[in-house]
Design a protein. Sequence first.
Length: 403
Amino acid sequence: MTGMVTPSGLLAAIEDVGADRRRGGFSRHAFDPAELELREWFVEQAESRGLRVTADRNANLWAWWGEPGDDAIVTGSHLDSVPGGGAFDGPLGVVSALTAVDLLRAKGFVPRRPLAVVVFAEEEGGRFGVPCLGSRLLAGTIDPDRARSLRDPGGVSFAEAMAAAGMRPEHVGRDEEALRRIGKFVELHVEQGRGLVDLDRPVAVASSILAHGRWRFRFSGQGNHAGATLISDRRDPMLPAAQFVLAARRAAAAAEDARATVGRLVPNPGGTNVIASTVDLWLDARSPTDAVTRSVVEELSGLAERFAGEEGCAVEVTEESYGDTVHFQPRLRDELSELLDHAPALPTGAGHDAGILAAEVPTAMLFVRNPTGVSHAPEEFAEADDCTSGAQALARVLEHLSA
Ligand code: HGY
Ligand code: MN
Ligand code: MN
Ligand code: MN
């Protein structure tokens, strides 16, 4: 792609936006200054390519090549990150879509169907706790009132944050017009794992997404003084919480290809010399089947009750989000694999907006090789040449589907 902007070139242009000096990596969360800056950057990049950008009622951005219309070929991903996340998860899908538009235009391609690049809001759930919030609202798989009332750690609601960003939270919800406009959706994403490295291939198509969800466990005891309270008099919720973290690893290891993670644990009030009154922790559980994921969570909920009881504490479990196992349509998956020199079909342990939309429209995903396999961490990486191969593959897919 001599002289043309490449995906890694576009990523380099935003490498200072939302850089998290304390954690490393990037912290770009829905409607915070960094994500708003990325949204503006995306609009500029899209408009400089002659694309017309609109925002839908759910804070998702749509850049149209041609008139917006039904049965469009849509690609895109997200710009928000997890706290201290990598540079590629989300943005690679967005910049590859922009590069694919460049490649198609350079060869004189004119879409015979509307074509759009979409940027979904709050895919990571890094601020309001529910992943794929923008695509869930679009598809109507989350209650609008519940979405509006989701609060970030500082107590700001999704509705307040949307309004502060100049958007209208009162209109969020299933968007029939936007859904009707999606003929097919293809999301390109950096691979989050080592499948392609082990196969020595640059690009794969997705075969499935694990069944995954998030549950909040609130352990409640008695806040008290760290020095003045005898051990025998304590009801310390940190104890059942600590046992729970270990039990989560054991339960996942004993189940069929399951994963269980406690990445976030918040004692209240959180003082060094204070026995916590409550401890909140969030369980992220996943597996190739709904049954296994659900059984791991059920087992852990029972253990949480037991651990809490042993310490004179209580526990409350809340399911915050759930995404069924997604198997991408074999016909579209195989068609794209064939188109891309028999690219391998790989499962993904990560959730994606494509997984939400797959319930509504024909959907596919492309993955780009990640040499370390690491994701949701500053070390996340993809070689410039592989990113270019990904964008070229995406351009071929868009041209093929637009025919
Ligand atoms: O959590 C996930 O799997 C995705 O990155 N949101
Ligand atoms: Mn992610
Ligand atoms: Mn992602
Ligand atoms: Mn995604």
